[in-house]
Design a protein around this ligand. Structure first.
Ligand code: HPA
Length: 269
């Protein structure tokens, strides 16, 4: 709690306005911040207790401003378990967002498809998740002022937000899929056998982020909407080499569709 308060206090000393929406952007999806009428940027390195992002394609700052008539705060660059952070550090920004006053959290990520009908560039609204050995960030002492010891996870991704997003997609002729996101630690992409296993387990897409952040948000009773951009097809026959560059490129190409959904969704919040 002390760590959260310190970070919140520092941020509010620089940017006193209260954002109502928090946004976390995935690999290759950072250009969404161009949509924000920026009022303040704060580098992660300047915020007490914030970890610093190390991955190429992640710029590492909080962006405050206005979007679709709302005050928003966006994380440009997120913290991944594979970078070596502990889970508490990964979720600290989400907790800080909550104490800055956000009422809704929107997340995006790049993911590999394990659903056989998905194509590169597809958007998948996440309607549930499976954590595949990504440690639960709530392990350890529970601070009851943040949330309960045993949080309910029956609807981590709010149906009312999913329904709104689907209507927006329909109106704008954007084809959206819906499905289950499986989180893995990375940093290796999956083997063929692993992609197959994820498909058998009920996963539609797989990625290295999001789930720990969602757990932290649900713990604090913060409504979540999340969407994956399918950047590679994990489950397929024959040769299947996947590179970080290809993931970033596919995410960049699909980004305008995601931006449209996020922008219109924020207007409706
Ligand atoms: N697997 C895991 N994480 C990913 C993938 C993938 O295929 N694509 C983008 N992030």
């Amino acid at each position: 709690m002390e760590k959260i308060n310190e970070a919140v206090k520092y941020i509010q000393s620089i940017y006193p306005e209260k954002p109502s929406v928090g946004i976390v952007l995935g690999s290759g999806l950072g250009s969404f911040t161009n949509e924000i009428k920026i009022e303040k940027e704060i580098a992660y390195g300047d915020i007490p207790n914030f970890p610093v992002s190390t991955v190429k394609g992640h710029s590492g700052k909080l962006i405050f401003g206005e979007l679709s008539g709302k005050k928003v705060v966006a994380m440009s660059g997120r913290f991944h378990y594979y970078e070596g952070y502990n889970t508490e550090d990964i979720i600290l920004p989400i907790r800080v967002f909550k104490y800055l006053g956000i009422k809704t959290l929107l997340l995006s990520n790049a993911a590999g498809a394990t659903n056989k009908v998905f194509k590169v560039g597809d958007l998948m609204i996440i309607n549930d998740h499976i954590s595949l050995l990504t440690p639960n960030p709530l392990i350890g002492n529970n601070n009851e002022s943040l949330g309960p010891r045993f949080p309910d996870m029956s609807e981590p991704y709010k149906k009312y937000l999913i329904n709104k997003a689907k209507q927006i997609a329909l109106k704008n002729n954007i084809d959206v899929k819906e499905g289950v996101y499986v989180s893995v630690t990375g940093p290796t992409f999956e083997t063929k056998a692993e992609y197959h296993m994820i498909n058998v387990l009920g996963g539609d897409a797989v990625g290295m982020s999001t789930v720990q952040e969602v757990i932290a948000a649900v713990h604090m009773d913060l409504p979540v909407f999340a969407i994956s951009v399918i950047t590679d097809i994990g489950i397929r026959e024959g040769e299947n080499k996947i590179t970080h560059e290809e993931v970033l490129q596919a995410a960049k190409e699909a980004e305008p569709k995601l931006a449209c959904i996020f922008k219109e969704l924020i207007a409706l919040l």
